[in-house]
Design a protein around this ligand. Structure first.
Ligand code: DAH
Length: 343
Protein backbone atom coordinates (compact mmCIF):
# COMPACT_ATOMS: atom_id res chain seq x y z
CA UNK A 1 0.00 0.00 0.00
CA UNK A 2 2.86 2.28 0.79
CA UNK A 3 4.27 1.65 -2.67
CA UNK A 4 0.94 2.35 -4.28
CA UNK A 5 0.82 5.64 -2.43
CA UNK A 6 4.35 6.52 -3.42
CA UNK A 7 3.89 5.65 -7.06
CA UNK A 8 0.67 7.64 -7.09
CA UNK A 9 2.64 10.59 -5.73
CA UNK A 10 5.31 10.21 -8.40
CA UNK A 11 2.70 10.01 -11.12
CA UNK A 12 0.74 12.93 -9.72
CA UNK A 13 3.79 15.17 -9.45
CA UNK A 14 4.85 14.27 -12.98
CA UNK A 15 1.43 15.13 -14.30
CA UNK A 16 1.32 18.37 -12.29
CA UNK A 17 4.69 19.29 -13.76
CA UNK A 18 3.13 19.29 -17.21
CA UNK A 19 -0.09 21.08 -16.30
CA UNK A 20 -0.90 23.94 -18.66
CA UNK A 21 -3.75 25.88 -17.11
CA UNK A 22 -6.03 26.36 -14.11
CA UNK A 23 -8.76 24.16 -15.47
CA UNK A 24 -6.43 21.22 -16.01
CA UNK A 25 -5.01 21.79 -12.53
CA UNK A 26 -8.47 21.48 -11.04
CA UNK A 27 -9.08 18.27 -12.96
CA UNK A 28 -5.86 16.80 -11.47
CA UNK A 29 -6.91 17.89 -7.97
CA UNK A 30 -10.16 15.95 -8.41
CA UNK A 31 -8.35 12.99 -9.97
CA UNK A 32 -5.92 12.55 -7.07
CA UNK A 33 -7.40 14.23 -3.99
CA UNK A 34 -11.13 14.41 -4.72
CA UNK A 35 -13.81 12.42 -2.89
CA UNK A 36 -13.69 9.76 -5.54
CA UNK A 37 -10.03 10.37 -6.32
CA UNK A 38 -7.11 7.99 -6.26
CA UNK A 39 -5.99 8.78 -2.72
CA UNK A 40 -9.42 8.01 -1.29
CA UNK A 41 -9.48 4.90 -3.43
CA UNK A 42 -6.19 3.63 -2.01
CA UNK A 43 -7.09 4.55 1.57
CA UNK A 44 -10.23 2.53 1.32
CA UNK A 45 -7.99 -0.54 1.72
CA UNK A 46 -6.83 0.70 5.16
CA UNK A 47 -9.49 -1.42 6.81
CA UNK A 48 -7.48 -4.54 5.99
CA UNK A 49 -4.32 -3.28 7.69
CA UNK A 50 -3.01 -4.31 11.06
CA UNK A 51 -3.09 -1.98 14.03
CA UNK A 52 0.67 -1.32 13.69
CA UNK A 53 0.59 -0.71 9.96
CA UNK A 54 -2.34 1.67 10.06
CA UNK A 55 -0.63 4.74 11.63
CA UNK A 56 2.42 4.25 9.40
CA UNK A 57 0.36 4.15 6.24
CA UNK A 58 -1.78 6.97 7.61
CA UNK A 59 1.28 9.11 7.96
CA UNK A 60 2.56 8.24 4.46
CA UNK A 61 -0.88 9.08 3.07
CA UNK A 62 -0.80 12.48 4.82
CA UNK A 63 2.64 13.20 3.47
CA UNK A 64 1.56 12.23 -0.06
CA UNK A 65 -1.53 14.46 0.23
CA UNK A 66 0.54 17.34 1.58
CA UNK A 67 3.11 16.98 -1.22
CA UNK A 68 0.47 16.94 -3.94
CA UNK A 69 -1.50 19.80 -2.33
CA UNK A 70 1.67 21.82 -2.01
CA UNK A 71 2.42 21.56 -5.71
CA UNK A 72 -1.19 22.28 -6.63
CA UNK A 73 -1.16 25.44 -4.50
CA UNK A 74 2.11 26.56 -6.00
CA UNK A 75 0.78 26.05 -9.50
CA UNK A 76 -2.48 27.73 -8.57
CA UNK A 77 -0.81 30.89 -7.37
CA UNK A 78 1.52 30.88 -10.41
CA UNK A 79 -1.52 30.75 -12.69
CA UNK A 80 -3.22 33.53 -10.74
CA UNK A 81 -0.15 35.69 -11.00
CA UNK A 82 0.04 35.02 -14.74
CA UNK A 83 -3.60 36.01 -15.12
CA UNK A 84 -3.12 39.24 -13.15
CA UNK A 85 -0.14 40.17 -15.27
CA UNK A 86 -2.03 39.43 -18.47
CA UNK A 87 -4.91 41.62 -17.32
CA UNK A 88 -2.63 44.45 -16.26
CA UNK A 89 -0.86 44.36 -19.60
CA UNK A 90 -4.16 44.39 -21.46
CA UNK A 91 -5.50 47.31 -19.45
CA UNK A 92 -2.44 49.51 -19.64
CA UNK A 93 -3.24 53.19 -20.15
CA UNK A 94 -0.67 55.24 -21.98
CA UNK A 95 -0.71 58.43 -19.95
CA UNK A 96 1.66 60.08 -22.40
CA UNK A 97 -0.90 59.98 -25.26
CA UNK A 98 -2.23 63.46 -26.07
CA UNK A 99 -5.84 63.93 -24.96
CA UNK A 100 -8.75 64.56 -27.31
CA UNK A 101 -9.54 68.28 -27.18
CA UNK A 102 -13.14 69.14 -26.27
CA UNK A 103 -14.93 70.79 -29.18
CA UNK A 104 -15.63 74.38 -28.22
CA UNK A 105 -18.17 76.71 -29.75
CA UNK A 106 -17.46 80.17 -31.06
CA UNK A 107 -19.33 83.44 -31.34
CA UNK A 108 -21.42 83.89 -34.48
CA UNK A 109 -19.80 86.35 -36.94
CA UNK A 110 -22.69 88.80 -36.49
CA UNK A 111 -22.30 88.74 -32.72
CA UNK A 112 -18.60 89.25 -33.18
CA UNK A 113 -19.20 92.35 -35.29
CA UNK A 114 -21.73 93.67 -32.76
CA UNK A 115 -19.21 93.21 -29.97
CA UNK A 116 -16.54 95.00 -31.99
CA UNK A 117 -18.85 97.94 -32.72
CA UNK A 118 -19.93 98.04 -29.07
CA UNK A 119 -16.31 98.12 -27.92
CA UNK A 120 -15.56 101.08 -30.18
CA UNK A 121 -18.55 103.10 -28.99
CA UNK A 122 -18.07 102.14 -25.35
CA UNK A 123 -14.57 103.53 -25.79
CA UNK A 124 -16.23 106.84 -26.73
CA UNK A 125 -18.40 106.85 -23.61
CA UNK A 126 -21.56 105.21 -24.97
CA UNK A 127 -23.59 102.61 -23.08
CA UNK A 128 -25.52 99.72 -24.64
CA UNK A 129 -29.33 99.83 -24.50
CA UNK A 130 -31.85 97.22 -25.55
CA UNK A 131 -35.46 97.23 -26.67
CA UNK A 132 -38.11 94.62 -27.48
CA UNK A 133 -38.39 92.96 -30.89
CA UNK A 134 -42.16 92.87 -30.56
CA UNK A 135 -42.85 96.58 -30.52
CA UNK A 136 -45.76 98.98 -30.47
CA UNK A 137 -46.69 100.95 -33.56
CA UNK A 138 -46.24 104.01 -31.37
CA UNK A 139 -42.53 103.47 -30.61
CA UNK A 140 -41.65 101.97 -33.98
CA UNK A 141 -43.30 104.71 -36.04
CA UNK A 142 -45.35 107.38 -34.35
CA UNK A 143 -42.80 108.58 -31.78
CA UNK A 144 -40.27 108.73 -34.61
CA UNK A 145 -42.34 111.28 -36.49
CA UNK A 146 -44.05 108.73 -38.70
CA UNK A 147 -47.79 109.21 -38.16
CA UNK A 148 -50.15 106.54 -39.45
CA UNK A 149 -50.70 108.11 -42.87
CA UNK A 150 -47.04 108.98 -43.43
CA UNK A 151 -45.86 107.83 -46.86
CA UNK A 152 -42.42 106.87 -45.50
CA UNK A 153 -44.04 103.93 -43.70
CA UNK A 154 -44.15 102.27 -47.10
CA UNK A 155 -40.34 102.24 -47.10
CA UNK A 156 -40.57 99.50 -44.52
CA UNK A 157 -43.06 96.72 -45.10
CA UNK A 158 -43.91 95.49 -41.65
CA UNK A 159 -45.01 92.29 -39.95
CA UNK A 160 -48.05 93.40 -37.95
CA UNK A 161 -49.33 91.23 -35.11
CA UNK A 162 -52.32 93.45 -34.30
CA UNK A 163 -53.22 96.97 -35.48
CA UNK A 164 -50.97 98.42 -32.79
CA UNK A 165 -48.28 95.75 -32.35
CA UNK A 166 -45.65 94.62 -34.84
CA UNK A 167 -42.20 93.12 -35.16
CA UNK A 168 -39.99 96.19 -35.08
CA UNK A 169 -38.75 97.22 -38.52
CA UNK A 170 -35.76 99.11 -37.16
CA UNK A 171 -33.84 99.60 -33.90
CA UNK A 172 -34.87 103.28 -33.89
CA UNK A 173 -37.77 102.68 -31.42
CA UNK A 174 -35.08 102.22 -28.77
CA UNK A 175 -34.44 105.96 -29.24
CA UNK A 176 -37.97 106.70 -28.14
CA UNK A 177 -37.90 104.22 -25.24
CA UNK A 178 -34.56 105.53 -23.99
CA UNK A 179 -35.64 109.15 -24.14
CA UNK A 180 -38.88 108.44 -22.30
CA UNK A 181 -36.95 106.59 -19.58
CA UNK A 182 -34.74 109.63 -18.94
CA UNK A 183 -37.48 112.10 -18.02
CA UNK A 184 -36.18 114.82 -20.30
CA UNK A 185 -32.77 115.01 -18.65
CA UNK A 186 -29.59 114.61 -20.70
CA UNK A 187 -27.07 113.58 -21.60
CA UNK A 188 -28.08 110.44 -23.51
CA UNK A 189 -25.36 108.47 -25.23
CA UNK A 190 -26.41 104.99 -26.24
CA UNK A 191 -26.05 102.42 -28.95
CA UNK A 192 -28.56 99.63 -29.34
CA UNK A 193 -27.93 96.47 -31.37
CA UNK A 194 -30.68 94.00 -32.16
CA UNK A 195 -32.86 92.08 -34.59
CA UNK A 196 -35.36 93.77 -36.88
CA UNK A 197 -37.93 92.38 -39.32
CA UNK A 198 -39.28 93.42 -42.71
CA UNK A 199 -41.51 91.79 -45.27
CA UNK A 200 -38.74 91.42 -47.82
CA UNK A 201 -38.10 88.52 -50.15
CA UNK A 202 -34.80 86.96 -49.17
CA UNK A 203 -31.97 87.26 -51.68
CA UNK A 204 -28.23 87.93 -51.62
CA UNK A 205 -28.68 91.36 -50.04
CA UNK A 206 -32.08 91.11 -48.32
CA UNK A 207 -33.27 89.11 -45.36
CA UNK A 208 -36.70 89.34 -43.74
CA UNK A 209 -34.86 89.29 -40.42
CA UNK A 210 -31.61 91.13 -39.97
CA UNK A 211 -29.75 93.20 -37.42
CA UNK A 212 -29.16 96.88 -36.88
CA UNK A 213 -27.21 99.01 -34.48
CA UNK A 214 -28.83 102.27 -33.49
CA UNK A 215 -26.98 105.22 -31.99
CA UNK A 216 -28.40 108.19 -30.13
CA UNK A 217 -26.70 111.15 -28.50
CA UNK A 218 -28.62 113.97 -26.82
CA UNK A 219 -27.10 116.82 -24.89
CA UNK A 220 -26.98 120.58 -24.78
CA UNK A 221 -25.19 121.99 -27.80
CA UNK A 222 -24.84 118.82 -29.89
CA UNK A 223 -24.00 119.76 -33.48
CA UNK A 224 -23.63 117.97 -36.77
CA UNK A 225 -19.86 118.17 -36.39
CA UNK A 226 -20.19 115.94 -33.30
CA UNK A 227 -22.01 113.39 -35.45
CA UNK A 228 -19.34 113.54 -38.11
CA UNK A 229 -16.47 113.28 -35.62
CA UNK A 230 -18.08 110.30 -33.85
CA UNK A 231 -18.71 108.41 -37.09
CA UNK A 232 -15.24 109.16 -38.43
CA UNK A 233 -13.73 107.74 -35.25
CA UNK A 234 -15.90 104.63 -35.60
CA UNK A 235 -15.06 104.05 -39.26
CA UNK A 236 -11.34 104.49 -38.63
CA UNK A 237 -11.34 101.99 -35.78
CA UNK A 238 -13.62 99.48 -37.48
CA UNK A 239 -12.25 99.56 -41.03
CA UNK A 240 -9.05 101.54 -40.88
CA UNK A 241 -10.70 103.74 -43.49
CA UNK A 242 -9.47 107.33 -43.43
CA UNK A 243 -12.35 109.59 -44.50
CA UNK A 244 -16.13 109.82 -44.47
CA UNK A 245 -18.53 111.92 -46.47
CA UNK A 246 -22.14 112.84 -45.80
CA UNK A 247 -24.78 113.04 -48.47
CA UNK A 248 -28.13 114.74 -47.94
CA UNK A 249 -30.88 112.22 -47.41
CA UNK A 250 -34.27 111.85 -45.77
CA UNK A 251 -35.40 110.11 -42.62
CA UNK A 252 -38.58 111.24 -40.85
CA UNK A 253 -36.87 111.20 -37.45
CA UNK A 254 -33.88 113.36 -38.36
CA UNK A 255 -33.52 116.83 -39.80
CA UNK A 256 -31.21 117.29 -41.55
CA UNK A 257 -30.55 113.67 -42.53
CA UNK A 258 -27.46 112.23 -44.15
CA UNK A 259 -26.27 108.99 -45.68
CA UNK A 260 -22.71 108.35 -44.64
CA UNK A 261 -20.08 106.86 -46.93
CA UNK A 262 -16.56 105.87 -45.97
CA UNK A 263 -13.58 106.07 -48.28
CA UNK A 264 -12.97 102.59 -49.70
CA UNK A 265 -10.62 100.78 -47.35
CA UNK A 266 -9.49 98.47 -50.13
CA UNK A 267 -8.35 100.92 -52.80
CA UNK A 268 -8.03 103.98 -50.57
CA UNK A 269 -10.45 105.88 -52.78
CA UNK A 270 -8.99 105.37 -56.25
CA UNK A 271 -11.76 102.97 -57.34
CA UNK A 272 -12.00 99.20 -57.29
CA UNK A 273 -14.54 96.40 -57.52
CA UNK A 274 -15.52 96.64 -53.84
CA UNK A 275 -16.53 100.32 -54.11
CA UNK A 276 -17.84 99.88 -57.68
CA UNK A 277 -15.13 102.24 -58.94
CA UNK A 278 -16.54 105.14 -56.89
CA UNK A 279 -13.94 105.20 -54.12
CA UNK A 280 -16.78 105.34 -51.55
CA UNK A 281 -18.80 102.76 -49.65
CA UNK A 282 -22.18 103.55 -48.11
CA UNK A 283 -22.39 102.36 -44.53
CA UNK A 284 -25.18 104.03 -42.58
CA UNK A 285 -27.99 106.53 -42.22
CA UNK A 286 -27.84 109.41 -39.76
CA UNK A 287 -28.94 112.89 -38.91
CA UNK A 288 -29.79 115.46 -36.26
CA UNK A 289 -32.67 114.25 -34.12
CA UNK A 290 -35.89 115.93 -35.33
CA UNK A 291 -37.22 118.45 -32.77
CA UNK A 292 -40.59 116.68 -32.81
CA UNK A 293 -38.89 113.40 -31.92
CA UNK A 294 -37.09 115.08 -29.03
CA UNK A 295 -40.36 116.53 -27.88
CA UNK A 296 -42.23 113.23 -28.05
CA UNK A 297 -39.35 111.71 -26.08
CA UNK A 298 -39.85 114.31 -23.35
CA UNK A 299 -36.82 116.47 -24.20
CA UNK A 300 -37.12 120.20 -24.72
CA UNK A 301 -35.77 120.93 -28.24
CA UNK A 302 -34.99 124.51 -27.20
CA UNK A 303 -32.55 123.15 -24.60
CA UNK A 304 -31.37 119.90 -26.06
CA UNK A 305 -30.23 118.75 -29.48
CA UNK A 306 -28.95 115.39 -30.61
CA UNK A 307 -27.80 113.17 -33.40
CA UNK A 308 -28.73 109.62 -34.32
CA UNK A 309 -27.52 106.97 -36.70
CA UNK A 310 -28.43 103.45 -37.73
CA UNK A 311 -26.43 100.79 -39.51
CA UNK A 312 -27.05 97.26 -40.76
CA UNK A 313 -24.90 94.72 -38.94
CA UNK A 314 -24.90 92.25 -41.85
CA UNK A 315 -23.71 94.95 -44.22
CA UNK A 316 -20.85 95.87 -41.89
CA UNK A 317 -19.97 92.18 -41.48
CA UNK A 318 -20.14 91.56 -45.23
CA UNK A 319 -17.86 94.52 -45.93
CA UNK A 320 -15.47 93.63 -43.15
CA UNK A 321 -15.15 89.95 -44.08
CA UNK A 322 -15.84 89.95 -47.83
CA UNK A 323 -19.06 87.95 -47.57
CA UNK A 324 -21.13 88.15 -50.75
CA UNK A 325 -24.49 86.76 -49.63
CA UNK A 326 -26.41 87.82 -46.53
CA UNK A 327 -28.07 84.40 -46.34
CA UNK A 328 -24.75 82.84 -45.24
CA UNK A 329 -25.29 84.41 -41.83
CA UNK A 330 -28.55 82.58 -41.33
CA UNK A 331 -28.12 79.18 -42.95
CA UNK A 332 -25.55 78.10 -40.35
CA UNK A 333 -23.28 76.11 -42.62
CA UNK A 334 -20.41 75.18 -40.29
CA UNK A 335 -17.90 75.53 -43.13
CA UNK A 336 -18.87 79.20 -43.30
CA UNK A 337 -19.11 79.80 -39.56
CA UNK A 338 -15.80 78.08 -38.70
CA UNK A 339 -13.89 80.64 -40.76
CA UNK A 340 -14.74 83.21 -38.10
CA UNK A 341 -13.98 81.03 -35.08
CA UNK A 342 -10.83 82.21 -33.41
CA UNK A 343 -9.73 80.39 -30.29
N1 DAH B 1 -33.83 103.36 -39.01
C1 DAH B 1 -33.22 103.62 -40.30
C2 DAH B 1 -33.46 102.43 -41.21
O1 DAH B 1 -33.81 101.41 -40.75
C3 DAH B 1 -31.74 103.84 -40.12
C4 DAH B 1 -31.45 105.13 -39.47
C5 DAH B 1 -31.25 106.27 -40.23
C6 DAH B 1 -31.42 105.26 -38.09
C7 DAH B 1 -31.00 107.49 -39.69
C8 DAH B 1 -31.18 106.50 -37.52
C9 DAH B 1 -30.96 107.60 -38.32
O2 DAH B 1 -31.13 106.66 -36.21
O3 DAH B 1 -30.72 108.80 -37.74
O4 DAH B 1 -33.29 102.58 -42.38
Amino acid sequence: MKERLESMQTEALAELGRVAGPQELNELRVKYLGKKGQLTEILRGMGGLSAEERPVIGQVANEVRAAIEGVIEEKQSAFEKQETERRLAAETIDVSLPGRPAASGAAHPLNRVIREVEDIFIGMGFTVAEGPEVETDYHNFEALNLPKDHPARDMQDSFYITEEILLRTQTSPVQSRTMLSRGGVGPVKIISPGKVYRRDDDDATHSHQFMQIEGLVIDKGIKMSNLKGTLLQFVQEMFGSSRIRMRPSFFPFTEPSAEVDMSCYQCGGSGCRLCKQTGWIEILGSGMVHPRVLEMGGFDPKVYSGFAFGMGVERIAMLKHGVDDIRHFYTNDLRFLRQFARS
